[in-house]
Design a protein around this ligand. Structure first.
Ligand code: C2E
Ligand code: MG
Ligand code: MG
Length: 451
């Protein structure tokens, strides 16, 4: 991601400077109509840099890509047509552009990525192999095109070299990151933290297990950052197995104390994990290994599991449910929600995504969505839990709309098992009203880890 932003910054500045140079040059040596072609490139380049610096590289990248492509095509077709004296050269910029687009679109679908890159290369081939162009009278004088040709060739070569360099550095950084993660899984560097889940009286019902990676150099890394890499590299399978096993071990620990024996643990299950043919056996083996009550284990699925093979998913869920495990639908409302899934799947709980909870007080639409989810879950006989509850006001509104289960910083941040045990014992003894969590309970993602 950082390299995409860097690529964007370099390309943005290069575009703005080149476009400004050509605009001034064409104003002086040709006509103002000719200068109109590169002029928007100045604004587009600067906009791309601006969006890149604001953490929105995809918007910046799209502006940059469209502006560069349009500028290069218009210049090639109208101002830089092949003559007996000089072949056209502006289309050379399409090669680094295609390389940059290939890199920037690596997170998108294969169809989009290869489609756009193939389209740019196709344009390159057409402009290189044909004399396709507008009226010859629009063409710049050959003397100017000869100088411009040299500038274009050098600049396109430099841009290509930069794109290659950034691409290689990116591959190396990703490989290093992946091998760090592999090592972390192998040597047991990962940790499970637990975030309390409470009922309407503030009594703890259980906790959600959330992965943490205390990286020796980079500090605490959030799962939102490393889970996608783990899913891509297949590491999610050993990682998920470890999470299930550790959560069961912690459930066994909770069961030994009367104040915590009733608590449940919710485990996030990745789509890749549940698609494994032996997932049910694996889960049951973890439960039996630690001799825990399967009714205390909850599995959180996201809507991504609905994308394919629903029959297989339902068979696995039913087998585990019969065994005692319960299921929750996480981040409800943000994915490919379909009401027919709710009917077909043996779900026990819906979790209102924190995106709707965050702006409950200010966005009437979020309020309406949250209320609809509560009503839907209640009428389908499911428990409804609100995630990401941070303030008393959010808690009160959710409670007034009929929500009875809550999770969020208001009740406790994710914390190590020892701290959860301490909080559970304390709240069990006093059953107090929900108190804001102490902000020091968990180091922030990116904060240095002290061994
Ligand atoms: P999730 O399952 O939806 O977990 C809730 C996320 O919201 C957690 O982020 C939690 O720390 C955060 N959160 C909870 N309360 C609040 C609040 O009041 N305010 C705010 N701003 N945030 C709150 P976290 O721990 O960074 O986890 C992110 C995601 O990573 C999880 O979202 C889950 O999808 C994934 N994940 C975490 N652990 C695992 C795991 O063991 N396996 C799999 N497959 N995914 C995991
Ligand atoms: Mg979850
Ligand atoms: Mg969630």
């Amino acid at each position: 991601m950082r390299r995409v932003a860097l690529l964007l910054t370099v390309c943005g500045w290069l575009t703005a400077v080149m476009a400004l140079g050509w605009t001034l040059c064409l104003l002086k040596l040709a006509s103002w109509q000719a200068a109109l072609i590169p002029a928007p490139g100045v604004a587009a380049g600067l906009l791309a840099v601006w969006f890149g610096s604001r953490g929105r590289p995809y918007i910046g990248g799209t502006i940059e890509c469209v502006a560069l492509y349009t500028m290069v095509c218009l210049t090639s077709l109208f101002l830089d047509q092949t003559t007996d004296q000089m072949p056209r050269t502006t289309h050379l910029f399409l090669v680094p552009l295609a390389t940059g687009a290939y890199m920037a679109l690596r997170g998108s679908s294969k169809l989009l990525r290869h489609g756009i890159v193939a389209f740019i290369f196709l344009t390159f081939v057409v402009l290189a192999c044909t004399s396709l162009g507008g009226h010859p009278a629009h063409n710049l004088p050959d003397e100017l095109r000869i100088i411009g040709g040299k500038v274009n060739t050098v600049a396109a070569a430099v841009a290509m070299y930069l794109a290659m360099h950034i691409m290689q550095a990116d591959v190396e950084a990703r490989n290093a990151y992946e091998s760090d993660l592999r090592e972390a899984v192998r040597t047991g560097q990962l940790a499970l933290h637990y975030q309390p889940q409470v009922d309407h009286d503030g009594r703890m019902l259980g906790a959600e297990a959330l992965l943490r990676w205390p990286h020796p150099r980079r500090g605490m890394i959030s799962p939102a950052e490393f889970i996608p890499l783990a899913e891509k590299s297949g590491l999610i399978l050993p990682m998920g197995e470890w999470v299930l096993d550790t959560a069961c071990a912690h459930l066994a620990e909770l069961a030994t104390h009367p104040d915590t024996a009733h608590l449940t643990i919710s485990v996030n299950i990745s789509v890749h994990q549940i698609r494994q043919p032996d997932f049910v056996v694996q889960a049951m083996a973890a439960i039996e290994r630690h001799k825990v009550d399967p009714r205390r284990l909850k599995m959180e699925l996201t809507e991504s599991v609905f994308a394919r093979d629903m029959d297989d998913l339902i068979t696995k869920m039913k087998a585990l449910k019969q065994y005692g495990v319960s299921f929750s639908l996480d981040d409800f409302g943000t994915g490919y929600s379909s009401l027919s899934y709710l009917k077909r799947l043996p779900l026990d709980q819906l979790k209102i995504d924190q995106a709707f909870v965050r702006d409950l007080l200010t966005q009437p639409r979020d309020l309406a969505i949250a209320k609809t989810i509560v009503d839907l879950g209640t009428s389908l006989n499911m428990a409804v839990m609100a995630e990401g509850v941070e303030t008393r006001e959010q808690h009160q509104i959710l409670e007034a709309m009929g929500c009875r289960q809550f999770q969020g910083y208001l009740f406790g941040k994710p914390m190590p098992m020892a701290a959860l045990l301490e909080q559970a014992t304390r709240t069990h003894a006093h059953t107090p009203a929900p108190a804001p969590a102490r902000p020091t309970e968990e180091p922030r993602a990116g904060a240095p880890v002290h061994a």
